[in-house]
Design a protein around this ligand. Structure first.
Ligand code: ATP
Length: 585
């Protein structure tokens, strides 16, 4: 229960409703007790009439009528309060589920990129859905059934002992066996359910990947191989489901068997004791039969609840593991620090903490607001890493990276990220309308702003060419757009933000040279007072920049303007000559 202590704050939050729930449960149980009592009374009256102890039939009839009315009233009230009981406990559990999901999601969002690399998306999703659902079972049904069981036990068993103590011992003797058996069965069911869920998760991942990569599957003509793999997984899933069904099928027969044993004991022992005169009223036997049946479900529930709590404990442990993970990147400054955009790298070296790869070595440069710095170099030379460090996705030593002459850590993180428009290498678009994908950069942007950003990113004409224009809904990950269109929507999203710092990570690679030129011209106008960094493999994208640096294995091997670099021997000149040749061909 150590891990579940985390939920106590939610119990406190909803204490009013929970206390009301407990009160209602007690009332519902008391009314439940009236039913067997009145059935017992009625049977006793009839028996007394048959024995000649009551001579007038009308007296019996009147007594039966009163009993029936009381029975009906008690049953109705008990049903009403049982309904109210579920309305309190189950509703509270849904509130807690909602709160916990939001808490976990908010926490996930704060965590650093390294966390997402170490943990698989499926696992993150499972903890927020599956695990939270299991925890809800503890907050809702487990708590509700525990309280019902305790109340029913205290009230019913005390009354049974008061009525016929010896018979009570016999009647409740099989109940602990039932409880233990159900517990064992529940553990087995849970174990098999977990396996079934693992198979389901494998099946879902496989299906999702197959459909996401359907173009590759078709292009390679491997549909039949994919089918076979799917069938194998489905077969495994079927076998495990059948295993589960076998143990689940035992649940009710086992319960019925043990209820049957209790019933036989009540009839046999109760009958013998009535014949011997040790029980005064014949109705007591009938009354006890109803009690035994009433107690069976709560007793079975003890076993069920125990396994529910165990599962919730395991799930909460997994949730706590992530909730206790501190984000590596923390906002250390609470006051606002507006950003002008002077970026200084001073002998910066950086090693990725998770892989130990040194991506940058001794990198120094300065970019002032109004300037454009272009970064060029082979793949893996560290270009994207420079942009990631400016967005403070990773931390470096204080004096190595300064913005506006302050160590990046001494800037308010929200201000910093707000002032950056970042266009990543892989344009990621949401399954939403084109308008909302662009507006993602500025939530409250009006239509004119969306259109202007799209025009500057040279994608407006493409968008109005679609039959639904800006209302076109994209497929998953922007599947219905071409690579170049996706890149340009992603650029429009950064431009609409009107940020002080613009970071473009090789985001013109899928755009033809004419459109590239158009975008660069627009950028030239927009970024007059902004700091711009452009990463590219193409000379055409970088030639107009104020400064160009050439990276190789994390080191700056050349720097200067386009004219300077084409006139000195080295990587840049060679690349220029090669790309010029390609263009001419
Ligand atoms: N998130 C990461 N975690 C660990 N290592 C990384 C990470 N990102 C990049 N690296 C490593 O750091 C080095 C520099 O990568 P980076 O992405 O900065 O290169 P790049 O010049 O942008 O390459 P490309 O032109 O292919 O995009 C590479 O060796 C890469 O394997």
């Amino acid at each position: 229960m150590k891990e579940l202590k985390y939920l106590n704050k939610y119990f406190l939050k909803y204490k009013g409703r929970l206390l009301l729930g407990v009160f209602i449960t007690v009332i519902a149980t008391v009314f439940k007790l009236v039913v067997p009592m009145k059935v017992g009374d009625s049977v006793t009256s009839v028996k007394q009439y048959l024995n000649g102890e009551i001579s007038s039939i009308s007296v019996v009839e009147q007594q039966l009528l009163i009993n029936i009315l009381l029975l009906l009233g008690a049953a109705l009230l008990s049903a009403f309060f049982t309904f109210m009981m579920r309305q309190t406990f189950i509703v509270v559990s849904r509130y807690v589920e909602y709160d916990l999901k939001n808490e976990v999601f908010r926490h996930y969002e704060k965590l650093h990129l390294g966390f997402y690399k170490q943990n698989r998306t499926g696992d993150l999703m499972n903890r927020i859905s599956e695990d939270v659902s299991k925890v809800r079972m503890y907050v809702g049904p487990a708590l509700m059934y525990s309280i019902t069981t305790i109340t029913l036990f205290v009230v019913v068993i005390s009354y049974m002992f008061y009525k016929a103590p010896v018979l009570t011992w016999y009647a409740i003797a099989p109940l602990p066996i039932l409880s233990i058996a159900i517990y064992r069965l529940s553990v087995l069911i849970n174990r098999r359910t977990t396996i079934v869920q693992q198979y389901l998760s494998k099946l879902t991942t496989f299906t999702q990947e197959s459909f996401s990569g359907i173009a590759v599957i078709k292009a390679y003509g491997i549909e039949s191989r994919t089918n076979t793999n799917f069938e194998e997984l489905a077969e495994g899933s079927k076998v495990k489901n059948i295993d589960l069904a076998k143990v689940q099928a035992l649940f009710f027969p086992l319960m019925m068997l043990l209820i049957g044993v209790s019933n036989i004991l009540v009839i046999y022992i109760g009958g013998t004791r009535y014949i011997n005169g040790q029980i005064a009223e014949f109705g007591t036997i009938v009354e006890f039969l109803i009690y035994v049946n009433m107690l069976t479900w709560p007793v079975a529930v003890v076993g069920w609840v125990t396994s529910m709590v165990q599962q919730a404990e395991a799930s909460q442990k997994r949730i706590n593991e992530f909730l206790k993970t501190e984000p590596d990147i923390q906002n250390l400054v609470s006051e606002s620090t507006p950003i002008n955009g002077l970026i200084e790298f001073n002998k910066l070296s950086f090693t990725y903490p998770d892989t130990g790869i040194t991506a940058l070595k001794d990198v120094s440069f300065t970019v002032k607001p109004g300037e454009t710095l272009a970064i060029i170099g082979n793949t893996g030379s560290g270009k994207s890493t420079i942009l990631e460090l400016i967005g403070r996705l990773y931390d470096v030593e204080e004096n190595m990276l300064k913005i506006d002459s302050k160590a990046i850590k001494n800037l308010n993180l929200d201000n910093l990220r707000d002032s950056i428009g970042y266009v990543p290498q892989d344009a990621f678009l949401f399954s939403d309308t084109l308008r909302n994908n662009i507006r993602f950069g500025k939530e409250n942007a009006v239509e004119e702003e969306v259109i202007e950003a799209a025009k500057n990113a040279a994608v407006h004409k493409n968008i109005i060419g679609f039959s639904k224009g800006y209302d076109t809904v994209l497929g998953e990950r922007g599947i219905s757009l071409s690579g170049g269109q996706k890149q340009r929507v992603s650029i429009a999203r950064a431009l609409i933000k009107d940020p002080q710092i613009l970071l473009f990570d090789d985001c013109l690679s899928a755009v033809d040279t004419e459109t590239e030129e158009e975008i660069l011209q627009n950028l030239y106008k927009i970024s007059k007072n902004k700091t711009t960094l452009i990463v590219s493999h193409r000379i055409s994208s970088v030639k107009n920049a104020n400064k160009i640096i050439v990276l190789e294995n994390g080191k700056i091997i050349q720097n200067g303007t386009h004219n300077e670099l084409v006139n000195s021997e080295g990587y840049y000149k060679e690349l220029y000559a090669k790309q010029l040749l390609e263009k001419e061909m």
